[in-house]
Design a protein around this ligand. Structure first.
Ligand code: NAD
Ligand code: MN
Length: 357
């Protein structure tokens, strides 16, 4: 039997609620499959730790995670800690420390869940957004001069490297190639931003020559938001910078019904380090502790994790169970239902148990 070492970091807000749900489903899947087991280690890193010790995770945090096969992450952020502190104190050091340069965000409308777009249902919207996850606008460069004075200047520098852009472009073309429609849309803002963004366009054209069977087109990010809403069927695989894809994928989540169903994988495609899987949503203070957080995004990202670990059958079994439960109308309030997190989790676990595939 294969054993996978999983580091669970539930962190803040609804993070522990959805990670608990995800682990229940993974446990049932592993028992049902019989071919693998997950050895889960819990880490109590997050904002509570920050309030007690001044750090969200220990100094050697990434070192402690190094030996794991994957990281299963909840959400970070607390009402009484600044968001840049929580983000840079936990999630970004893991993404950057492990060079998880491909952030992969599948989006589709699940059966039983309605999109705010009129006349758009399951099958009409099936995208994967690839977000550059190691540089760009979130490279952390910049500064503030004359702080607090009237002449203060703040800079936020986006850094793009040929190596960084080429590798994400190759990853996106390869992913597009593996999907039925073999189409990639490259998003930039190369009209207003005339340096790094123009380099993105040039590298896209170069890399495209390695993938003659993939069709591709270019979009400016502002026009892209309109296309996502007006012509969702025209899109398939999408690649964009760290900032642009961050924004586009929240929109994608909303168009698919709720942020509560949107998953993401922070992937090191070269597999030098553990990759990290998490729901896209944050810690959702407004519903924390109410037992109504939608666990579907976390199930979906657990399925991504199983795929990454080399368990594609269990990964598909989990998604079939999720789709069945959604189609049956066992839904949390964010997608129009009355079920609790545990109701949905029980239904998914039961669907895994009874499926006779
Ligand atoms: P959010 O994603 O936490 O919540 C936005 C809205 O979506 C809220 O109304 C919330 O109730 C709803 N929602 C989110 N997930 C849901 C789920 N699973 N089920 C049902 N409803 C759900 O975003 P926010 O309110 O902008 O941020 C709250 C905190 O989370 C902030 O501190 C922010 O920095 C942090 N955050 C963290 C991450 C992360 O850990 N990756 C991502 C985004 C935001
Ligand atoms: Mn985001």
């Amino acid at each position: 039997m294969k054993h996978y070492k999983i580091a669970a970091i539930p962190a803040d807000g609804i993070g522990p609620e959805v990670i608990d749900a995800g682990l229940q489903a993974l446990d049932v899947l592993a028992r049902r499959d019989g071919g693998f087991a997950l050895d889960v280690t819990h880490f109590d890193w997050g904002s509570d730790r920050y309030k007690k010790t001044g750090a969200l995770m220990p100094d050697d945090g990434t070192q402690q995670l190094k030996g794991f096969d994957a990281i299963f992450f909840g959400a970070v952020g607390a009402p009484d800690v600044p968001d840049h502190v929580t983000l840079w104190g936990l999630r970004l050091p893991i993404c950057q420390g492990f060079d998880q340069y491909a952030n992969v965000r599948p989006t589709k409308i699940l059966p039983g869940i309605s999109s705010p777009l009129e006349g758009v249902g399951p099958g009409d919207l099936d995208w994967v957004i690839v977000r550059e996850n190691s540089e760009g606008e979130y490279s952390g460069h910049g500064g503030r001069a004359h702080k607090g004075l009237p002449e203060e200047v703040g800079t936020e520098v986006a850094i793009f490297t040929r190596v960084g852009v080429t590798r994400i472009m190759r990853y996106a073309f390869r992913l597009a190639q593996s999907r039925p429609r073999k189409h990639l849309t490259v998003v930039t803002k190369s009209n207003a931003q005339r340096h790094g963004m123009v380099m993105w366009d040039e590298i896209a054209a170069e890399v495209s020559r390695e993938f003659p069977d993939v069709t591709w087109d270019k979009m400016l990010v502002d026009a892209m938001t309109v296309r996502m809403v007006k012509k969702p069927r025209s899109l398939d695989t999408i690649v964009a910078t760290n900032l642009h894809a961050d924004i586009l994928s929240d929109l994608a989540g909303a168009l698919a019904g709720s942020l509560g169903v949107a998953p993401t994988g922070n992937i090191d495609p070269e597999r030098r380090f553990p990759s990290m899987f998490e729901p896209i949503h944050g810690s959702a203070f407004d519903i924390t502790g109410k037992g109504i957080a939608n666990p579907v995004a976390t199930f979906w990202t657990a399925s991504q994790m199983l795929d990454h670990l080399g368990e594609p059958d269990a990964a598909s079994r989990l998604m079939r169970a999720v789709e069945k439960v959604c189609a049956d109308g066992v839904l949390t309030p964010d997608v129009g239902g009355k079920a609790s997190t545990q109701d949905v989790t029980d239904a998914v676990c039961e669907a895994i148990r009874i499926e006779n595939a």
